[in-house]
Design a protein around this ligand. Sequence first.
Ligand code: THU
Length: 166
Amino acid sequence: MTERKIEIKIRECQLSELSESDRNLVEMARRASMGSHSPYSRFAVGAAILLDNGEIVTGANQENAAYPSGTCAERTAAFYASARYPGAKFVKLAVAARNVPGPYVSEKDYDRSFQALPISPCGACRQALLEYENTDAPTEVILYGRERVMVFPSIASMLPYCFTEF
Ligand code: THU
């Protein structure tokens, strides 16, 4: 019998400890959450992806009255990025989420509307994102929370023993 242990090195820090370009990506994810269509969950998520061609693509979750027809922010951004820039690999992904008490959030309440702790991409998004990761230069994942930011080294590290070939 063989036993295997899987280890992931996750960094936890404050937003202020990120580089300026990473903070910019986080802000783009936060802003992207304003494009969320989430009348059912009232939970707005934004994602921003830095591509290996230097472009940044964003997305937000889109819900639907027929619930399963909706899509998470990460997949909205990933699929748009691939459709817009076929073959581009993902260098970094930032995700931010907030509760949406009403249709609009004033600039004053914008900051504190975000979750204190980061949210983490769902399994389906991890599987979808994996397809655009360059294994030689993995996609860093920055999960934003007001009180804590978590940085994962790759998509693959978030989905061990993933399905990649058939
Ligand atoms: N959602 C995302 O967009 N990304 C995540 O990482 C987790 C969940 C969305 C799906 C749904 O529109 C809402 O958040 C509540 O689950």
